[in-house]
Write a protein that binds this ligand. Structure first.
Ligand SMILES: *Cc1c(COP(=O)(O)O)cnc(C)c1O
Length: 378
């Protein structure tokens, strides 16, 4: 089969934000100009918060500045200290938030099929100093929630999920975000759904919610009443307006992303020289990422540069593993080390042209088949 692929004139980036129609956003801006309320829990921040509560199916969630701060806030609100068991295969914010809050991230290896924290290894890493588990639903694919819950219950640990990739995913009929003692997601522009910058903190107990509320607002519990330590983690009217303007399109965005997913799948799924994560059958998908696992780092680097020659840009999510962070204690995580060297995320966004996806997919399928030949020719 021919593996010829013409160079794309416009670069195909790994992701592109979806924007609402400009006039819809302008209508919001006009109202903001009229009210002159730009931030501090204005009309749109409250409306957007209510809308995401509807989306998640729980009133127990707060709209905050970003996903990273959402994670820091829930760690603080749940009084997480000492050691926190977490995954090396995630975005840096998962570990940095733990360290920033004064706790110690303890990295535990991942499952080679799901790429999520391996519950079988969590228990052996628990020490008297362990207070919590922070697990990421990598690429929107749910962790072994029930197993992690029973481990955390047995050892009296807090269970927190980094659900930054999970907007729109339901698990056993409920929003995936609605799990654990707390859970966070991100509304960053590069995610499936966004408010330019933004995040959400979900909590199970009302006591946690109470703490999160004053903590995101400098510790205020009323105009002249301080409840405790706080930070500024509220979000603005302009950000909330972006979220509100985009929210009606969320279903369509996910549908279009899933169409891209299927177009890649047609050429890449089941390819004998490519692996892919094993997706949960208990959850829906949101098309947040399209990861492939190549045979070696060499093949990955060859493919990445061959694609760049065609003006197609990929990202190594997640490389390096978080064990390489200068402030994290080195631990043996052979599975994460190995996967991290070989995993590549392909371009995926709502308006990505499906014909281009088919061509890129076919090129990759050929490359994976015989990387030597193609590298020599490119
Ligand atoms: C994006 C991301 C975050 C951070 O979210 P921000 O809103 O960018 O702060 C945290 N964890 C994971 C896994 C992410 O992908």
């Amino acid at each position: 089969m021919s593996c010829r692929l013409n160079r794309f004139i416009e670069p195909i980036l790994v992701t592109r934000p979806t924007l609402p129609p400009l006039d819809v956003y302008q209508d919001y801006l006009r109202l903001i100009w009229q009210s002159q309320q730009l931030t501090n829990f204005g009309r749109f921040a409250r409306e957007f918060e209510a809308s995401i509560q509807d989306l998640i199916g729980s009133p127990n969630c707060l709209f905050v500045t970003n996903g990273t701060l959402a994670l820091q806030l829930v760690l603080k609100a749940l009084e997480v200290t000492g050691e926190v068991i977490t995954t090396p295969f995630s975005f840096v914010a998962t570990s940095s938030a733990i360290q920033w809050e004064g706790a110690t991230p303890v990295l535990v290896d991942i499952d080679p099929h799901t790429l999520n924290l391996d519950p079988g290894r969590v228990e052996e890493a628990i020490t008297p100093k362990t207070t919590a588990i922070v697990a990421t639903h990598v690429y929107g694919n749910p962790c072994e929630i029930a197993q992690l819950e029973s481990i955390s219950r047995k050892h009296g640990l807090k269970l927190i999920f980094d659900a930054a990739h999970c907007v729109g995913v339901t698990h056993q009929g409920r929003a995936l975000i609605q799990n654990g003692d707390a859970s966070i997601t991100s509304f960053h522009a590069t995610k499936v759904f966004h408010s330019v910058e933004g995040g959400l903190a979900y909590f199970r107990e009302q006591e946690t919610g109470h703490r999160l509320r004053y903590m995101r607002n400098y510790g205020f519990n009323g105009p002249e009443d301080f409840q405790g330590l706080g930070i500024n983690a509220k979000n603005s009217e302009l950000h909330a307006a972006m979220g509100l303007a985009l929210l009606p399109s969320l279903g369509a965005i996910i549908e279009k992303r899933l169409a891209v997913h299927r177009a890649y799948d047609r050429v890449l799924a089941g390819h004998p020289r490519l692996q892919q994560p094993r997706w949960s059958e208990d959850a829906t998908r949101n098309g947040a990422y399209y990861p492939i696992i190549l045979e070696s780092e060499e093949v990955l680097l060859g493919l990445q540069s061959a694609l760049e020659d065609k003006n197609v840009f990929t990202r190594r999510y997640f490389y390096p593993p978080l064990s390489r962070l200068p402030y994290v204690r080195a631990t043996k995580i052979p599975v994460a080390e190995n996967i991290s060297r070989r995993v590549l995320c392909l371009p995926i966004y709502a308006d990505l042209d499906l014909e281009a996806v088919g061509q890129i997919g076919a090129f990759i399928a050929d490359f994976a088949e015989r990387p030597e030949v193609l590298e020599a020719r490119s």
